[in-house]
Design a protein around this ligand. Structure first.
Ligand SMILES: C[S@@+](CC[C@H](N)C(=O)[O-])C[C@H]1O[C@@H](n2cnc3c(N)ncnc32)[C@H](O)[C@@H]1O
Length: 200
């Protein structure tokens, strides 16, 4: 792990005020695909890990029964709560929780995560995927920085100082080992993608 959880939380606390203004095309496409593939029904509870300012959670609120967002940055969570309140959403709840310890013991029939898991090293990513699978959701949708080939050292999409993306192969294997079948892999960019995993 390039930075520990507290360092990531501190960094995102500082970024929270301007985070929503800094979205690039690949991020927006990844977000769109995560929302499209999550596709919750009215009886689903969605758990969104690394929820940030609520991009995924708030987009899913209309379709889902309930959405629970978890993040380590109070600054990002505070923005997410403000946006939920501004939109009059009453079925979305945001709270402190990490990939390792989401601090949520209710049901989750769908788990999502967008642009957050790449902050963890590969062993911690595997542990996080096991934690997601531990909720026994019918579907897990992961959008993230992930490597479809060797990263181009001249044009890295990510910042090696703070990001530690896995190969798509490592992620697919982790979902498979956790008892899930990978049903779709969407390549947004050679270093950005979305993986959809369904319970076997
Ligand atoms: C790039 S933002 C993405 C936020 C949101 N998912 C989105 O799509 O806009 C990454 C988020 O991951 C959170 N994060 C970093 N490490 C984490 C961890 N170990 N557990 C939970 N969240 C974490 C950060 O606080 C930050 O809000």
């Amino acid at each position: 792990m390039k930075k520990d959880v507290d360092e990531h939380a501190e960094r995102f606390d500082e970024l929270a005020a301007t985070y929503d203004e800094s979205s690039g095309d690949q991020y927006m496409e990844c977000l769109r695909l995560v929302v499209e593939h999550a596709d919750p029904r009215g009886d689903d509870t969605v758990l969104d890990l690394g929820c940030g300012t609520g991009a995924v959670a708030l987009s899913l609120a209309d379709g889902a029964g309930r959405v629970v967002g978890r993040d380590v940055s109070e600054g990002m969570l505070s923005k997410a709560r403000q946006k939920a309140s501004d939109r009059g959403l009453s079925n979305v709840e945001f709270g402190e929780g990490s990939f390792r310890e989401p601090n949520y013991d209710g049901e989750a029939t769908i788990v999502t995560s967008n642009f957050a898991l790449h902050h963890l090293d590969d062993d911690a990513k595997r542990d996080a995927i096991d934690v997601m699978a531990g909720y026994d959701p019918r579907r897990i949708v992961l959008g993230d920085v992930m490597l479809f080939g060797l990263p181009d050292p001249e044009a890295p999409f990510y910042d090696p100082e703070v990001d530690d993306p896995a190969t798509v192969g490592v992620l697919v294997e982790a979902f498979t080992d956790a008892g899930y079948a990978v049903t779709a892999v969407e390549r947004v960019h050679p270093q950005v993608g979305v993986i959809v995993a369904e319970r076997r």
